[in-house]
Ligand binder design. Structure first.
Ligand code: NAP
Length: 289
């Protein structure tokens, strides 16, 4: 499985609390510049990705849009087969500013709607998520957004949003990987019907050799790569994942997760790698853009 053949892969779908179906594996496009993202999205579509995870703050929406237009995935039946996510910049939270920002995102992406619009960070020190959510629901009513989500929300932020709007988001996208499992957030989401989406699912690559070779040993036992072991663990947990790779062979590898099953002891060994160190930022203090 290491030498993944050039074929098109199919991804399972996860049903969300609003009834929409999201492909369980998507391509993340953070830290790829606006020119560079075009071939990256094109190769992902060719491999079989039908879910792209972007954001206004990644400064490459226009490049994603050019790739979608060049491949025909921005209109018609091909557009319907694709799940496209983008996220609002923190600096543009608020009712009017969110609506304006969304128009800009849609124009750059060259599409009529996005499948999911997300609040990027909760910024509890400058809380505007309730107002922002009202703008999001207007966009949903207009059919320009299908599903509403949040990122980096802790249970206290989800509860606050629920108190102000009466709604739970369909998805909470959080940093989640073997050495940072956020079990309390995951349990809260499960209890409230919110799907969990793991960002940095491999800790930006740092977890590939986690546990003094635990991941590598499991990979060798199955004839797969460490990346596939970690991503398979997420899949078995029912988590939506959005691994990023600029390389076509790794993109295919990251979709090719259904030819093996982790033994219960192997799955448990990865569970046991949970630790106290995140790879990214703290939602209580961070603002992205
Ligand atoms: N909502 C948020 O606040 C937030 C925050 C962070 C990330 N995200 C989203 O989550 C996505 C993924 O997170 P991430 O990019 O931080 O980390 P990640 O997906 O855990 O790791 C990406 C790194 O792993 C490497 N890699 C990918 N596939 C590999 C493979 N099969 N074998 C070996 N190495 C591999 C990539 O290198 P190459 O590219 O060179 O292959 C890259 O250096 C982002 O792109 C973004 O869409 C969201």
């Amino acid at each position: 499985m290491t030498n993944t053949p050039a074929k098109t892969f199919h991804t399972p779908l996860v049903t969300l609390n609003d009834g929409h179906l999201i492909p369980q594996i998507g391509l993340g496009v953070l830290r790829i510049d606006d020119e560079g993202v075009v071939p990256v999205v094109e190769s992902a579509l060719e491999a079989g990705y039908r879910h792209i995870d972007g954001a206004a703050g990644y400064n490459n929406e226009a490049g994603v849009g050019r790739a979608l237009a060049a491949t025909g995935y921005n209109t018609g039946e091909q557009r319907k087969s694709l799940w496209l996510t983008t996220k609002l910049r923190d600096s543009q939270q608020g009712y009017d500013s969110a609506l304006k920002a969304f128009d800009d995102s849609l124009a750059k992406l060259q599409v009529d709607y996005v499948d999911m619009y997300m609040i990027h960070w909760p910024t509890p020190f400058d809380w505007r998520s309730g107002e922002t959510w009202k703008a999001f629901t207007k966009l949903r009513e207009e059919g320009r957004v299908k599903t509403l989500g949040v990122c980096n929300f802790l249970p206290e932020h989800l509860e606050r949003l629920h108190e102000e709007t009466g709604e739970w988001p369909a998805i909470d996208q959080i940093e989640l990987h073997p050495t940072w499992q956020q079990r309390e957030v995951v349990a809260f989401c499960k209890a409230h019907g919110i799907a969990v989406e793991a960002y940095s699912p491999m800790a930006r690559g740092a977890d590939l050799n986690a546990g003094d070779g635990t991941i590598e040993r499991i990979a060798a036992a199955h004839g797969v790569t460490p990346a596939q072991v970690i991503l398979r663990w997420h899949i078995e947990n029912g988590t939506i994942i959005i691994p990023k790779s600029v390389h076509a062979d790794r993109q295919r590898q990251n979709l090719d997760l259904f030819g093996f099953v982790l033994e219960p002891a192997e799955h448990a060994a990865i569970d046991a790698l949970d630790g106290p160190t995140r790879a990214g930022h703290d939602p209580l203090t961070f603002t992205y853009a």
